[in-house]
Write a protein that binds this ligand. Structure first.
Ligand code: PMV
Length: 334
């Protein structure tokens, strides 16, 4: 029986994290970001006592777990080492990751994994996910694995405040009040598969070479404020406008990098055009896009049927995934 089980879900940024402060390994961002945690694709982590630390991974389809390859280990050992500095944990731990999503589907499965891992270590350290101070610490731990993972500790809408301190102790995610409960997200899986350039590599390249990068930093802080204000006002259209503009700005920064980072495909751009056409007809539909080709349509339930029929006609082969805001990290029964 595991010592602890915990789970967490991926999150989708409405104002994106793209750029690390110099120094690298702690994933300290250049700007705030704001996300919504998803209701699906949770990853569960089980922790067991072991002779030595071991990270195991199961395929999303179930089946036998296998050790994570050495090249993927550093962020996991970073999280574990930081947790050991804080808390009295067993000297050897076996962590088994049970994802429900293939990492290759590009839906931020790593955020779910690191958030679940940080949550499990927090519980094993004798802390509770219902205490804000412990959740803050867990968010910092998750950030050390993958920046965006710090947002998945919380459910619903979440803001990651960049912080100022070089030790990162003020760079963590904060939950925002629950609003817009009927926000719906439709993922168009145009091209499942790993992105050509990892986000870490892409961020470094953009910061080093994109003339738009200083503009991007200001833009993100403004978009976060505007989206947070739109949430407070229950104003979906303003939220959607800023989320779409932020995603397009991210891709402008990427295109202006050297060599250019081209994540969108012609089909991705057709989805942006579809959303613009539907808005012209009075349907509030907006698009966001991470560092990959698969767009996500932000909408309210009355638009769902129309979106499905338009997208089904445009891309008959592409799976369409209906998602909603979901819960943060959870302590699961053993
Ligand atoms: O946390 P990372 O290193 O996987 O970076 C995530 C980057 C984006 O998904 C493009 C944006 C975001 O804020 O999630």
């Amino acid at each position: 029986m595991p010592l602890v089980r915990a789970s967490a879900a991926p999150n989708l940024a409405l104002s994106k994290y793209w750029g690390k402060r110099p120094g690298g390994a702690a994933n300290l961002p250049v700007a705030d970001s704001l996300s919504v945690t998803l209701n699906a694709f949770r990853t569960t982590v089980e922790l067991r006592a072991a002779r030595q630390d071991l990270i195991l991974w199961a395929p999303a389809a179930g089946g036998p777990t296998a050790p994570l390859p050495d090249r993927l280990l550093p962020p996991y050992t970073r999280v574990l080492a930081a947790a050991r500095r804080d808390w009295d944990l067993p000297p050897g731990l076996e962590a088994t990751f049970l994802p429900t999503l293939e990492p290759a589907q590009g839906l931020a499965g790593s955020a779910a994994a690191f958030a679940a891992f940080a949550a499990a270590l927090t519980i094993l350290g004798g802390r509770s996910l219902s205490h804000p101070e412990d959740l803050r610490r867990a968010s910092i731990l998750a950030r050390l694995g993958s920046g965006s993972a710090c947002r998945s500790l919380h459910g619903g809408f979440v803001r990651w405040q960049r912080g100022e301190l070089s030790d990162g102790s003020d760079s963590f995610a904060i939950p925002l009040p629950p609003v817009l409960p009927d926000l719906a997200l439709l993922v168009v899986l145009l091209a499942p598969g790993r992105k050509a350039t990892s986000s870490t590599e892409g961020m470094l390249r953009s910061a080093a070479t994109s003339r738009l990068f200083p503009w991007w930093i200001d833009r993100c802080n403004q978009d976060c404020d505007a989206i947070q204000a739109a949430l407070q006002a229950n104003d979906f259209a303003t939220l959607g406008h800023h989320a779409e503009a932020n995603a397009l700005a991210l891709h402008a920064v990427c295109l202006a990098s050297t060599p250019p980072l081209l994540y969108a495909t012609p089909d991705t751009l057709r989805v942006f055009q579809l959303a613009a056409d539907l808005r012209a007809q009075g349907l509030p539909v907006y698009v966001t896009l991470d560092a990959g080709p698969n767009p996500v349509l932000l909408h309210l339930p009355p638009a769902r049927a129309r979106l499905h029929s338009e997208l089904g006609a445009l891309f008959p082969q592409a799976p369409l995934l209906d998602l909603w805001p979901g819960d943060g990290a959870r302590h699961e029964p053993r």
